[in-house]
Each structure stands twice: as C-alpha cells, then as structure tokens.
Design a protein around this ligand. Structure first.
Ligand SMILES: C[S@@+](CC[C@H](N)C(=O)[O-])C[C@H]1O[C@@H](n2cnc3c(N)ncnc32)[C@H](O)[C@@H]1O
Length: 205
C-alpha cells in the first residue's frame, strides 16, 4: 500500500462522500435503521449523526481502512456507542442472527467481492431483519454507461477501489436478497457517471 492509498485516497473518498446531494440521500435511509445495526464499510462516519438514537440500540461499524476508522471515530456523536470491527465485510465474523438492520451507503462499489460479502451477511440478520442500502452504480442510459466503462479503469485506483459499473439491483439479487421498496435517480450536481443512485430496502430471498 503506497502513500497515496494510505493517506490521499481515504481523504479524497471521504470528501467525495460529503457532498450535499449525497448528504440528502443519506437522510432518506439512515434514520430508518433500528435495533442492532451493522454498518458495512462505515468509512469516515458520515452516517453516524443521522441514526435515530431512540431506535438504534447498538451500532457496529465495519471498516477495514485504518485511516477511515480514524476519521469515523472523530465523527462519533455524543451518546452513540459504536463497536468497531476493523475488517472487511468478507471476513466480518459477526455472530449469526444478531443484527436487526444491515446498512450500506456508497460501499458496494468498493468491496472487492461485494456479491460474496452480501451473500454471507444475510446470515447475521435476525429473523425479520432487513438491509437498507443507498448506492451508486451502473446507469441505465447507454451513453452514460459508455463513459462509466471508459472512466472506471482510471477512476478505480484513484478512488480507493470504487467501481462505476456495478449494477446495484442485480448484485443484490445475485447475492440472494429480495428488494422491497427501491428508488433510483441521477443525483443533482453530480457527474452522471458517478451519480446514478439506487436506494431502498431488502430482505433475504
Ligand atoms: C466510498 S467509501 C463510503 C464510506 C461510507 N459508507 C459512506 O457512506 O460515507 C467506501 C468504503 O468502503 C470501505 N471498504 C473497502 N473494502 C471493504 C470491504 N471489503 N468491506 C467493507 N468495507 C470496505 C472503504 O474503506 C471505504 O470506507
């Protein structure tokens, strides 16, 4: 891991995750989390202040990048106890059947084996538990897709491993999740190649 990946990329990615349109989207999803929550790839903790303390009994933040963990710890709001697991989702090691809400925002683009991780994480949910997601990915328009495919090879190493061409709905289905409510749009004020957003909820199929 070079200097860029260790220090610059996490800073850049965390800044990119802090835009107004992304903050707006987070508010549609994060306050819906309840009970024991496992946030996948919690990053710099940009969701932490949006959890409803009256609904969340415990937050487990899964994050493999030590620089992101540092940022996340610095953003912990008063009164929110967070258990950190400083590993990737593929090796989370969370007790089966112990989580009410799995939450992922802008992370499925980056997990190397996102389908494998999503598939394995089904087992950590309690009966009746759900996955909440808000992710960017493959756009439906051919001209945007063309640019996503062109830009991705350059973008990925610069943006901490972020893919532009992952189809969010398809990934969830391939990993054994049944989506319920699902919404999509291009985020305003965001380049379309990185701004096609899909959000909603899912349960194990
Ligand atoms: C674009 S950032 C998003 C961070 C945060 N979820 C947010 O909404 O601001 C992607 C995050 O995924 C994390 N990540 C990378 N590989 C991962 C893995 N295997 N499992 C879980 N998270 C991972 C990165 O370290 C980074 O913090």
């Amino acid at each position: 891991m070079g200097f860029y990946s260790r220090h610059i990329a996490p800073w850049l990615v965390d800044c990119a995750c802090g835009t107004k349109p992304i903050a707006y989207q987070r508010r549609k999803i994060v306050p819906r989390a309840e009970g024991v929550v496992l946030e996948i790839g919690a990053g710099g903790g940009r969701n932490f202040a949006l959890y409803d303390p009256a609904k969340v009994t415990k937050l487990i933040a899964l994050e493999p990048d030590p620089e992101m963990v540092k940022r996340g710890k610095a953003r912990t709001p008063q009164g929110l106890a967070i258990d950190w697991i400083e590993r990737g989702a593929e090796e989370a090691g969370v007790e089966p059947g112990s989580v009410d809400t799995l939450l992922t925002t802008f992370t499925l683009c980056t997990i190397p084996d996102a389908i494998g991780a999503l598939s394995a994480l089904r087992g950590v949910l309690k009966p009746g538990g759900k996955l909440l997601f808000c992710e960017h990915g493959l756009a439906p328009d051919a001209d945007v897709q063309k640019w996503q495919r062109r830009i991705e090879p350059v973008w990925k190493p610069l943006a901490g491993g972020c893919h532009l061409t992952r189809d969010v709905g398809r990934m969830l289905a391939d990993a054994g999740w049944r989506t319920g409510q699902i919404e999509t749009m291009y985020l305003p004020g965001t380049p379309r190649f990185a701004g096609y957003n899909t959000w909603g909820d899912a349960v194990p199929a």
